[in-house]
Design a protein around this ligand. Structure first.
Ligand code: AMP
Length: 213
């Protein structure tokens, strides 16, 4: 089963994708993670996109579609979870073609609905474990007092360069201008399902599980 998690930055796409990987053996395809890896490893492409990402703008369709194309040829375990992709109508069309080429289909597009005020407070309080990527929040899920990740015991935590108010404003603008049209696109294809992304992580996971099952 292949699904898309759709929603603005901070809606909880990454957190829920990680749960689906752990609980169902699905494969998370996060173009944001792929781009950050390219940036950290200093590849030419990584250098080109670093500034665009720091500003909170979208990188080109060509680059992200190329990244996804490579991954679709690999193993998909219990199915792919597209996290942060597609973000434009052109990417959505490309995903449809790529899946068709692989003889695969998209079963659901899960829109995670949250309000902007919640996004700002979630994102500016967010950090992740440098080893396993577990997501923490200064207010709702602080890093354990012993300084060790509750998932893997790692002791290094990172904040994303673009998790500041200015980049977030730009990321939200990009979302409303370029990504939110996908809600109508997938509704018209009969694939759109909405979940209330404002609840506790377990509650949201329950709503997603009900859709998948
Ligand atoms: P994310 O981790 O999904 O919040 O993505 C972080 C940043 O990576 C975004 O603000 C964009 O600059 C870039 N990015 C990630 N996915 C895409 C995509 N599908 N299309 C264009 N840019 C992307």
């Amino acid at each position: 089963m292949n699904i898309i998690l759709l929603g603005p930055p901070g809606a909880g796409k990454g957190t829920q994708a990680r749960r689906l990987v752990e609980e169902r053996g699905m494969v998370q395809l996060s173009t944001g993670d792929m781009l950050r890896e390219a940036k950290d490893s200093g590849t030419e492409m990584g250098k080109r996109v670093a500034e665009v990402m720091a500003r909170g703008e979208l990188v080109t369709d060509e680059i992200v579609i190329g990244l996804i194309r490579e991954k679709l040829e690999g193993e998909n375990g219990g199915g792919f979870i597209f996290d942060g992709f597609p973000r434009t109508l052109a990417q959505a069309d490309a995903l449809g073609s790529l899946l068709a080429e692989e003889g695969q289909t998209l079963e659901a597009v899960i829109e995670m609905q949250v309000d902007d005020a919640a996004l700002v407070s979630r994102i500016t309080a967010r950090s992740t474990c440098g080893s396993c990527g577990e997501v923490y929040n200064d207010v709702t899920k602080p890093i354990p007092a012993d300084g060790k990740c509750s998932n893997c015991g790692g002791t290094e935590f990172k904040r994303r360069a673009d998790d500041n108010e200015e980049s977030l404003r730009q990321r939200l603008m990009e979302y409303y201008k370029k990504t939110s049209p996908l809600i109508g696109y997938y509704y018209a294809k009969g694939l759109l399902k909405g979940v209330d992304g404002l609840g506790e992580i377990d509650e949201v996971a329950g709503q997603i599980a009900a859709i998948i099952d």
